[in-house]
Design a protein around this ligand. Sequence first.
Ligand code: GDP
Ligand code: IMO
Ligand code: MG
Length: 429
Amino acid sequence: MPAIVLIGAQWGDEGKGKATDLLGDQVDYVVRFQGGNNAGHTVVVGDKNFALHLLPSGILTPGVTPVIGNGVVVDLEVLMEELDGLAAQGVDISKLKISSNAHVITPYHVTVDKVGERFLGKKAIGTTGRGIGPTYIDKIGRLGIRIQDLFDPSILTQKVEGALVQKNDLLVKVYNRAAVRVEEVVEHLLSFGERLKPMVTDTSLILNQALDEGKTVLLEGGQGTLLDIDHGTYPFVTSSNASAGGATVGSGIGPTRITGVIGILKAYTTRVGSGPFPTELFDEWGEFLRSNGGEFGVTTGRERRCGWFDAPIAKYATRINGLTDFFLTKLDVLTGLDQIPVCVAYEIDGQRVEELPANQSDFHHAKPIYENFPGWHEDITGCTTFEELPKNAQDYVLALERMSGTRISAIGVGQDRNATIVRYPLTGA
Ligand code: GDP
Ligand code: IMO
Ligand code: MG
Protein backbone atom coordinates (compact mmCIF):
# COMPACT_ATOMS: atom_id res chain seq x y z
CA MET A 1 0.00 0.00 0.00
CA PRO A 2 2.70 2.47 -0.81
CA ALA A 3 2.56 6.17 -1.42
CA ILE A 4 5.60 7.28 -3.41
CA VAL A 5 6.84 10.83 -3.76
CA LEU A 6 8.62 12.04 -6.89
CA ILE A 7 10.29 15.46 -6.72
CA GLY A 8 12.86 17.58 -8.53
CA ALA A 9 16.30 17.48 -6.92
CA GLN A 10 17.64 20.71 -8.46
CA TRP A 11 15.96 23.86 -9.86
CA GLY A 12 13.12 22.16 -11.76
CA ASP A 13 12.93 20.76 -15.30
CA GLU A 14 14.84 17.62 -14.32
CA GLY A 15 12.46 15.36 -16.25
CA LYS A 16 9.74 14.73 -13.65
CA GLY A 17 7.11 14.36 -16.36
CA LYS A 18 8.96 11.58 -18.12
CA ALA A 19 9.68 9.74 -14.85
CA THR A 20 6.05 10.00 -13.73
CA ASP A 21 4.86 8.71 -17.08
CA LEU A 22 7.29 5.80 -16.87
CA LEU A 23 5.91 4.81 -13.46
CA GLY A 24 2.32 5.28 -14.65
CA ASP A 25 1.76 1.59 -15.38
CA GLN A 26 2.68 0.62 -11.81
CA VAL A 27 0.42 3.06 -9.95
CA ASP A 28 -3.29 3.72 -9.49
CA TYR A 29 -3.31 7.43 -8.66
CA VAL A 30 -0.99 10.31 -9.66
CA VAL A 31 -1.34 13.46 -7.56
CA ARG A 32 -0.03 17.01 -7.99
CA PHE A 33 0.40 18.41 -4.48
CA GLN A 34 1.81 21.94 -4.88
CA GLY A 35 2.49 24.66 -7.41
CA GLY A 36 0.25 25.29 -10.39
CA ASN A 37 0.67 26.05 -14.06
CA ASN A 38 4.14 27.45 -13.45
CA ALA A 39 5.21 23.84 -14.05
CA GLY A 40 5.90 22.49 -17.52
CA HIS A 41 6.24 18.72 -17.70
CA THR A 42 7.08 17.25 -21.09
CA VAL A 43 6.17 13.68 -21.86
CA VAL A 44 7.21 12.06 -25.12
CA VAL A 45 5.41 8.84 -26.03
CA GLY A 46 6.39 7.53 -29.46
CA ASP A 47 5.76 10.34 -31.92
CA LYS A 48 3.45 12.20 -29.51
CA ASN A 49 4.69 15.10 -27.42
CA PHE A 50 2.62 16.31 -24.44
CA ALA A 51 3.28 19.46 -22.38
CA LEU A 52 1.46 19.36 -19.05
CA HIS A 53 1.29 22.40 -16.81
CA LEU A 54 -1.38 21.84 -14.20
CA LEU A 55 -2.50 18.27 -14.66
CA PRO A 56 -0.50 15.36 -13.25
CA SER A 57 1.49 13.55 -15.93
CA GLY A 58 -0.28 10.33 -14.89
CA ILE A 59 -3.34 11.49 -16.83
CA LEU A 60 -1.64 10.07 -19.93
CA THR A 61 -1.68 6.51 -18.57
CA PRO A 62 -4.96 4.67 -19.12
CA GLY A 63 -6.29 3.36 -15.81
CA VAL A 64 -4.59 5.98 -13.65
CA THR A 65 -6.78 8.40 -11.69
CA PRO A 66 -5.21 11.87 -11.86
CA VAL A 67 -5.68 14.11 -8.81
CA ILE A 68 -5.12 17.81 -8.17
CA GLY A 69 -4.49 17.97 -4.44
CA ASN A 70 -5.35 20.64 -1.89
CA GLY A 71 -1.86 22.17 -2.04
CA VAL A 72 -2.15 23.14 -5.71
CA VAL A 73 -3.20 26.59 -6.95
CA VAL A 74 -5.59 26.27 -9.89
CA ASP A 75 -6.10 28.66 -12.79
CA LEU A 76 -9.50 27.49 -14.02
CA GLU A 77 -9.11 28.84 -17.52
CA VAL A 78 -5.81 26.99 -17.91
CA LEU A 79 -7.34 23.84 -16.44
CA MET A 80 -10.17 23.79 -18.98
CA GLU A 81 -7.83 24.57 -21.88
CA GLU A 82 -5.46 21.82 -20.85
CA LEU A 83 -8.29 19.31 -20.48
CA ASP A 84 -9.72 20.23 -23.88
CA GLY A 85 -6.27 19.99 -25.49
CA LEU A 86 -5.69 16.51 -24.07
CA ALA A 87 -9.17 15.32 -24.99
CA ALA A 88 -8.51 16.46 -28.56
CA GLN A 89 -5.38 14.29 -28.54
CA GLY A 90 -7.45 11.29 -27.49
CA VAL A 91 -6.55 11.27 -23.78
CA ASP A 92 -9.22 10.10 -21.31
CA ILE A 93 -9.80 13.07 -19.00
CA SER A 94 -12.94 11.74 -17.31
CA LYS A 95 -11.30 10.43 -14.14
CA LEU A 96 -9.76 13.73 -12.94
CA LYS A 97 -10.41 14.58 -9.28
CA ILE A 98 -9.81 18.04 -7.81
CA SER A 99 -9.62 18.89 -4.11
CA SER A 100 -12.35 21.21 -2.87
CA ASN A 101 -9.66 22.83 -0.70
CA ALA A 102 -7.34 23.80 -3.56
CA HIS A 103 -6.97 27.54 -4.02
CA VAL A 104 -7.95 29.43 -7.15
CA ILE A 105 -5.70 31.71 -9.20
CA THR A 106 -7.83 34.65 -10.37
CA PRO A 107 -6.96 37.17 -13.09
CA TYR A 108 -5.99 39.73 -10.39
CA HIS A 109 -3.34 37.35 -9.05
CA VAL A 110 -1.85 37.11 -12.53
CA THR A 111 -1.85 40.91 -12.86
CA VAL A 112 -0.21 41.41 -9.46
CA ASP A 113 2.46 38.81 -10.32
CA LYS A 114 3.37 40.45 -13.63
CA VAL A 115 3.22 44.08 -12.47
CA GLY A 116 5.00 43.22 -9.21
CA GLU A 117 7.89 41.74 -11.16
CA ARG A 118 8.11 44.84 -13.34
CA PHE A 119 8.26 47.02 -10.23
CA LEU A 120 11.13 44.95 -8.83
CA GLY A 121 13.22 45.89 -11.88
CA LYS A 122 16.70 44.40 -11.57
CA LYS A 123 15.65 42.58 -8.40
CA ALA A 124 12.91 40.64 -10.24
CA ILE A 125 12.67 36.93 -9.44
CA GLY A 126 11.91 36.01 -13.03
CA THR A 127 8.61 34.32 -12.15
CA THR A 128 6.56 32.55 -14.76
CA GLY A 129 3.96 35.32 -14.44
CA ARG A 130 1.17 32.85 -13.77
CA GLY A 131 -0.06 34.39 -10.51
CA ILE A 132 1.45 31.66 -8.33
CA GLY A 133 3.11 33.85 -5.66
CA PRO A 134 0.16 36.24 -5.14
CA THR A 135 -2.28 33.30 -4.85
CA TYR A 136 -0.17 31.64 -2.14
CA ILE A 137 0.17 35.02 -0.40
CA ASP A 138 -3.63 35.21 -0.22
CA LYS A 139 -3.82 31.59 0.98
CA ILE A 140 -1.43 32.23 3.86
CA GLY A 141 -3.04 35.64 4.49
CA ARG A 142 -6.42 33.87 4.74
CA LEU A 143 -7.83 35.91 1.87
CA GLY A 144 -7.81 33.11 -0.69
CA ILE A 145 -10.65 31.74 -2.79
CA ARG A 146 -11.00 27.96 -2.68
CA ILE A 147 -12.55 25.66 -5.27
CA GLN A 148 -15.45 24.90 -2.88
CA ASP A 149 -16.35 28.61 -2.75
CA LEU A 150 -17.33 28.50 -6.42
CA PHE A 151 -20.46 26.54 -5.57
CA ASP A 152 -21.90 29.18 -3.21
CA PRO A 153 -22.30 32.54 -4.98
CA SER A 154 -23.01 34.42 -1.75
CA ILE A 155 -19.89 33.14 0.05
CA LEU A 156 -17.85 33.64 -3.11
CA THR A 157 -18.96 37.28 -3.36
CA GLN A 158 -18.06 37.91 0.30
CA LYS A 159 -14.63 36.36 -0.16
CA VAL A 160 -13.87 38.24 -3.36
CA GLU A 161 -14.98 41.48 -1.67
CA GLY A 162 -12.60 40.78 1.21
CA ALA A 163 -9.70 39.97 -1.06
CA LEU A 164 -10.21 42.98 -3.32
CA VAL A 165 -10.07 45.59 -0.55
CA GLN A 166 -6.29 45.10 -0.26
CA LYS A 167 -5.72 44.10 -3.85
CA ASN A 168 -7.38 47.19 -5.31
CA ASP A 169 -5.39 49.44 -3.00
CA LEU A 170 -2.23 47.77 -4.28
CA LEU A 171 -3.29 47.88 -7.92
CA VAL A 172 -4.50 51.50 -7.88
CA LYS A 173 -2.28 53.26 -5.35
CA VAL A 174 1.00 51.43 -5.80
CA TYR A 175 0.89 49.94 -9.29
CA ASN A 176 -1.15 52.68 -10.97
CA ARG A 177 -3.58 50.19 -12.48
CA ALA A 178 -7.37 50.09 -12.80
CA ALA A 179 -9.32 48.66 -9.88
CA VAL A 180 -10.94 45.24 -10.34
CA ARG A 181 -14.70 44.98 -9.85
CA VAL A 182 -16.09 42.32 -7.48
CA GLU A 183 -18.89 41.34 -9.90
CA GLU A 184 -16.52 40.78 -12.80
CA VAL A 185 -14.37 38.39 -10.73
CA VAL A 186 -17.38 36.55 -9.29
CA GLU A 187 -18.94 36.16 -12.74
CA HIS A 188 -15.68 34.87 -14.19
CA LEU A 189 -15.23 32.28 -11.44
CA LEU A 190 -18.86 31.14 -11.44
CA SER A 191 -18.68 30.50 -15.19
CA PHE A 192 -16.53 27.41 -14.49
CA GLY A 193 -18.73 25.99 -11.72
CA GLU A 194 -20.94 23.64 -13.69
CA ARG A 195 -18.15 21.94 -15.60
CA LEU A 196 -15.98 21.78 -12.51
CA LYS A 197 -18.50 20.34 -10.05
CA PRO A 198 -18.32 16.62 -10.98
CA MET A 199 -14.52 16.66 -10.58
CA VAL A 200 -14.47 18.28 -7.14
CA THR A 201 -14.26 16.06 -4.08
CA ASP A 202 -12.48 15.29 -0.80
CA THR A 203 -9.27 14.03 -2.40
CA SER A 204 -7.54 13.31 0.93
CA LEU A 205 -10.33 10.85 1.80
CA ILE A 206 -10.21 9.18 -1.62
CA LEU A 207 -6.43 8.80 -1.54
CA ASN A 208 -6.31 7.40 1.99
CA GLN A 209 -9.11 4.94 1.22
CA ALA A 210 -7.19 3.87 -1.88
CA LEU A 211 -4.09 3.27 0.24
CA ASP A 212 -6.20 1.25 2.71
CA GLU A 213 -7.28 -0.94 -0.22
CA GLY A 214 -3.67 -1.60 -1.18
CA LYS A 215 -3.57 0.77 -4.14
CA THR A 216 -0.47 2.73 -5.09
CA VAL A 217 -0.37 6.53 -5.08
CA LEU A 218 2.35 8.55 -6.80
CA LEU A 219 2.79 12.14 -5.65
CA GLU A 220 4.27 14.18 -8.52
CA GLY A 221 6.07 17.36 -7.54
CA GLY A 222 6.35 20.53 -9.57
CA GLN A 223 9.53 22.68 -9.55
CA GLY A 224 12.44 21.36 -7.47
CA THR A 225 14.18 21.27 -4.09
CA LEU A 226 16.15 24.49 -4.64
CA LEU A 227 12.95 26.32 -5.63
CA ASP A 228 11.26 25.28 -2.34
CA ILE A 229 10.04 28.28 -0.31
CA ASP A 230 11.75 26.99 2.87
CA HIS A 231 14.74 25.03 1.61
CA GLY A 232 15.51 26.72 -1.71
CA THR A 233 17.58 29.71 -2.73
CA TYR A 234 15.21 32.24 -1.15
CA PRO A 235 13.99 34.72 -2.38
CA PHE A 236 14.71 33.23 -5.82
CA VAL A 237 12.24 30.40 -5.29
CA THR A 238 8.63 29.55 -5.97
CA SER A 239 5.96 30.12 -3.31
CA SER A 240 5.29 26.52 -2.28
CA ASN A 241 7.03 23.53 -0.69
CA ALA A 242 8.37 21.73 -3.74
CA SER A 243 10.46 19.34 -1.63
CA ALA A 244 9.16 15.98 -0.39
CA GLY A 245 7.64 17.38 2.82
CA GLY A 246 5.14 19.32 0.72
CA ALA A 247 3.70 16.05 -0.58
CA THR A 248 1.97 15.13 2.67
CA VAL A 249 0.59 18.58 3.43
CA GLY A 250 -0.46 19.13 -0.16
CA SER A 251 -2.32 15.84 -0.50
CA GLY A 252 -3.62 15.01 2.96
CA ILE A 253 -1.63 11.75 3.12
CA GLY A 254 0.30 11.29 6.37
CA PRO A 255 4.11 10.92 6.30
CA THR A 256 4.02 7.36 7.70
CA ARG A 257 2.27 6.15 4.54
CA ILE A 258 5.11 7.23 2.28
CA THR A 259 7.48 4.39 1.45
CA GLY A 260 9.68 5.91 -1.22
CA VAL A 261 10.98 9.32 -2.25
CA ILE A 262 12.43 9.52 -5.74
CA GLY A 263 14.57 12.54 -6.60
CA ILE A 264 14.76 13.41 -10.29
CA LEU A 265 18.29 14.56 -10.99
CA LYS A 266 19.66 15.93 -14.25
CA ALA A 267 23.16 14.78 -15.23
CA TYR A 268 24.07 18.50 -15.37
CA THR A 269 22.33 21.59 -13.94
CA THR A 270 19.80 24.09 -15.30
CA ARG A 271 17.79 26.93 -13.86
CA VAL A 272 15.21 29.40 -15.20
CA GLY A 273 14.80 32.88 -13.71
CA SER A 274 17.12 34.78 -11.40
CA GLY A 275 19.23 33.66 -8.46
CA PRO A 276 22.58 32.11 -7.58
CA PHE A 277 23.91 29.22 -9.70
CA PRO A 278 27.57 28.42 -8.92
CA THR A 279 28.27 26.10 -11.88
CA GLU A 280 26.57 28.28 -14.50
CA LEU A 281 28.43 28.41 -17.82
CA PHE A 282 28.54 31.48 -20.02
CA ASP A 283 30.73 29.96 -22.72
CA GLU A 284 30.38 27.46 -25.55
CA TRP A 285 29.92 24.60 -23.06
CA GLY A 286 26.78 26.26 -21.70
CA GLU A 287 25.59 26.52 -25.29
CA PHE A 288 26.53 22.84 -25.84
CA LEU A 289 24.28 21.76 -22.94
CA ARG A 290 21.46 24.11 -23.96
CA SER A 291 21.33 22.99 -27.58
CA ASN A 292 22.02 19.27 -26.96
CA GLY A 293 19.56 19.16 -24.07
CA GLY A 294 16.89 21.34 -25.68
CA GLU A 295 17.01 23.57 -22.61
CA PHE A 296 14.19 25.99 -23.35
CA GLY A 297 11.28 26.47 -20.93
CA VAL A 298 8.09 24.49 -21.60
CA THR A 299 5.98 27.16 -19.88
CA THR A 300 7.57 30.44 -20.92
CA GLY A 301 9.90 29.44 -23.77
CA ARG A 302 12.80 31.14 -21.95
CA GLU A 303 16.34 29.87 -22.47
CA ARG A 304 17.38 27.83 -19.44
CA ARG A 305 20.66 28.76 -17.77
CA CYS A 306 22.98 25.74 -17.99
CA GLY A 307 25.98 24.48 -16.01
CA TRP A 308 27.87 21.39 -14.89
CA PHE A 309 26.62 18.90 -12.30
CA ASP A 310 26.77 20.22 -8.75
CA ALA A 311 27.32 17.41 -6.21
CA PRO A 312 26.69 19.50 -3.05
CA ILE A 313 23.22 20.26 -4.47
CA ALA A 314 22.51 16.55 -5.02
CA LYS A 315 23.74 15.77 -1.51
CA TYR A 316 21.49 18.53 -0.16
CA ALA A 317 18.52 17.05 -2.06
CA THR A 318 19.24 13.69 -0.42
CA ARG A 319 19.14 15.34 3.00
CA ILE A 320 16.14 17.64 2.59
CA ASN A 321 13.93 15.03 0.95
CA GLY A 322 15.06 11.82 2.68
CA LEU A 323 15.51 10.28 -0.75
CA THR A 324 15.35 6.54 -1.37
CA ASP A 325 16.29 6.72 -5.08
CA PHE A 326 17.61 9.04 -7.71
CA PHE A 327 16.40 8.92 -11.30
CA LEU A 328 19.30 10.41 -13.24
CA THR A 329 18.07 12.03 -16.47
CA LYS A 330 19.65 13.28 -19.67
CA LEU A 331 22.91 11.36 -19.46
CA ASP A 332 22.82 11.19 -23.28
CA VAL A 333 23.14 14.99 -23.46
CA LEU A 334 26.74 14.71 -22.20
CA THR A 335 27.81 12.39 -25.03
CA GLY A 336 30.63 13.84 -27.11
CA LEU A 337 32.60 15.58 -24.35
CA ASP A 338 36.26 14.62 -23.78
CA GLN A 339 36.13 15.70 -20.14
CA ILE A 340 33.12 16.31 -17.90
CA PRO A 341 33.71 18.68 -15.00
CA VAL A 342 31.70 18.01 -11.82
CA CYS A 343 31.50 20.47 -8.93
CA VAL A 344 32.56 18.49 -5.86
CA ALA A 345 32.70 21.37 -3.34
CA TYR A 346 32.73 25.18 -3.22
CA GLU A 347 35.34 27.72 -2.38
CA ILE A 348 33.80 30.44 -0.22
CA ASP A 349 36.04 33.25 1.03
CA GLY A 350 39.12 31.09 0.62
CA GLN A 351 37.62 28.07 2.44
CA ARG A 352 36.66 24.69 0.95
CA VAL A 353 32.97 24.02 1.73
CA GLU A 354 31.41 20.60 1.12
CA GLU A 355 27.76 21.38 1.96
CA LEU A 356 25.33 23.90 0.55
CA PRO A 357 26.01 27.02 2.65
CA ALA A 358 23.23 27.89 5.10
CA ASN A 359 23.82 31.58 4.46
CA GLN A 360 22.43 32.83 1.17
CA SER A 361 25.13 35.50 0.68
CA ASP A 362 27.78 32.78 0.93
CA PHE A 363 26.03 30.82 -1.81
CA HIS A 364 26.01 33.92 -4.02
CA HIS A 365 29.78 34.03 -4.07
CA ALA A 366 30.49 30.30 -3.86
CA LYS A 367 33.01 29.29 -6.54
CA PRO A 368 32.79 25.71 -7.79
CA ILE A 369 35.74 23.37 -7.22
CA TYR A 370 35.76 20.97 -10.16
CA GLU A 371 36.96 17.43 -10.65
CA ASN A 372 37.19 16.22 -14.25
CA PHE A 373 35.76 12.89 -15.35
CA PRO A 374 36.63 11.32 -18.71
CA GLY A 375 33.77 11.51 -21.21
CA TRP A 376 32.50 9.16 -23.92
CA HIS A 377 31.68 9.54 -27.60
CA GLU A 378 29.51 6.47 -28.26
CA ASP A 379 25.76 6.95 -28.83
CA ILE A 380 24.10 5.71 -25.62
CA THR A 381 20.46 6.34 -26.55
CA GLY A 382 19.87 2.67 -27.38
CA CYS A 383 21.40 1.27 -24.17
CA THR A 384 18.92 -0.71 -22.09
CA THR A 385 21.20 -1.98 -19.30
CA PHE A 386 23.84 -0.31 -17.16
CA GLU A 387 26.47 -2.73 -18.48
CA GLU A 388 25.83 -1.61 -22.07
CA LEU A 389 26.90 1.95 -21.24
CA PRO A 390 30.50 2.86 -22.15
CA LYS A 391 32.83 2.36 -19.17
CA ASN A 392 33.35 6.13 -18.76
CA ALA A 393 29.60 6.73 -18.65
CA GLN A 394 29.24 4.01 -16.00
CA ASP A 395 32.03 5.59 -13.98
CA TYR A 396 30.40 9.04 -14.27
CA VAL A 397 27.11 7.63 -12.92
CA LEU A 398 28.87 5.77 -10.09
CA ALA A 399 30.81 8.91 -9.14
CA LEU A 400 27.60 10.97 -9.02
CA GLU A 401 25.97 8.26 -6.91
CA ARG A 402 28.89 8.23 -4.46
CA MET A 403 28.90 12.01 -4.11
CA SER A 404 25.13 12.41 -3.90
CA GLY A 405 24.45 9.93 -1.13
CA THR A 406 21.51 8.08 -2.72
CA ARG A 407 21.50 5.15 -5.12
CA ILE A 408 20.84 5.98 -8.76
CA SER A 409 18.08 3.52 -9.59
CA ALA A 410 17.20 4.67 -13.10
CA ILE A 411 19.06 6.49 -15.86
CA GLY A 412 17.52 8.45 -18.73
CA VAL A 413 19.34 8.09 -22.03
CA GLY A 414 16.84 9.83 -24.32
CA GLN A 415 13.52 11.70 -24.38
CA ASP A 416 11.26 8.74 -24.99
CA ARG A 417 9.75 6.79 -22.08
CA ASN A 418 11.60 3.68 -23.29
CA ALA A 419 14.99 5.39 -23.37
CA THR A 420 15.53 4.49 -19.73
CA ILE A 421 17.87 2.10 -17.93
CA VAL A 422 16.35 0.67 -14.75
CA ARG A 423 19.03 -0.54 -12.32
CA TYR A 424 16.76 -1.14 -9.31
CA PRO A 425 12.95 -1.18 -9.05
CA LEU A 426 11.78 2.42 -8.66
CA THR A 427 8.84 1.88 -6.35
CA GLY A 428 10.81 2.73 -3.23
CA ALA A 429 9.68 -0.53 -1.66
P1 GDP B 1 10.04 18.52 -15.74
O1 GDP B 1 9.52 19.90 -15.57
O2 GDP B 1 10.88 18.07 -14.58
O3 GDP B 1 8.97 17.51 -16.09
O4 GDP B 1 11.03 18.57 -16.98
P2 GDP B 1 10.76 19.33 -18.39
O5 GDP B 1 9.76 18.54 -19.15
O6 GDP B 1 10.50 20.76 -18.17
O7 GDP B 1 12.20 19.25 -19.04
C1 GDP B 1 12.85 18.03 -19.22
C2 GDP B 1 13.05 17.81 -20.74
O8 GDP B 1 14.00 16.78 -20.91
C3 GDP B 1 11.81 17.35 -21.48
O9 GDP B 1 11.84 17.89 -22.77
C4 GDP B 1 11.95 15.84 -21.51
O10 GDP B 1 11.29 15.25 -22.62
C5 GDP B 1 13.43 15.71 -21.65
N1 GDP B 1 14.02 14.48 -21.06
C6 GDP B 1 13.67 13.83 -19.92
N2 GDP B 1 14.52 12.81 -19.68
C7 GDP B 1 15.43 12.82 -20.70
C8 GDP B 1 16.57 12.03 -21.01
O11 GDP B 1 16.94 11.11 -20.28
N3 GDP B 1 17.27 12.37 -22.14
C9 GDP B 1 16.90 13.39 -22.96
N4 GDP B 1 17.63 13.67 -24.03
N5 GDP B 1 15.82 14.15 -22.69
C10 GDP B 1 15.09 13.87 -21.59
P1 IMO C 1 8.78 22.40 -13.41
O1 IMO C 1 7.68 21.72 -12.62
C1 IMO C 1 11.80 25.54 -13.50
C2 IMO C 1 10.88 29.24 -11.35
C3 IMO C 1 10.66 30.51 -12.14
C4 IMO C 1 11.19 31.54 -11.15
C5 IMO C 1 10.73 30.98 -9.81
C6 IMO C 1 9.44 31.59 -9.28
O2 IMO C 1 8.55 22.40 -14.87
O3 IMO C 1 10.11 21.90 -13.01
P2 IMO C 1 6.89 31.28 -9.95
O4 IMO C 1 6.17 31.57 -11.23
O5 IMO C 1 6.79 29.88 -9.50
O6 IMO C 1 6.53 32.26 -8.86
O7 IMO C 1 8.44 31.57 -10.29
O8 IMO C 1 10.54 29.58 -10.00
N1 IMO C 1 10.02 28.10 -11.73
C7 IMO C 1 10.45 27.02 -12.40
N2 IMO C 1 11.67 26.73 -12.92
N3 IMO C 1 10.81 24.62 -13.58
C8 IMO C 1 9.59 24.88 -13.04
O9 IMO C 1 8.61 23.94 -12.98
C9 IMO C 1 9.36 26.14 -12.45
N4 IMO C 1 8.30 26.72 -11.85
C10 IMO C 1 8.72 27.91 -11.40
O10 IMO C 1 11.39 30.50 -13.34
O11 IMO C 1 12.60 31.53 -11.16
MG1 MG D 1 9.53 21.74 -16.54
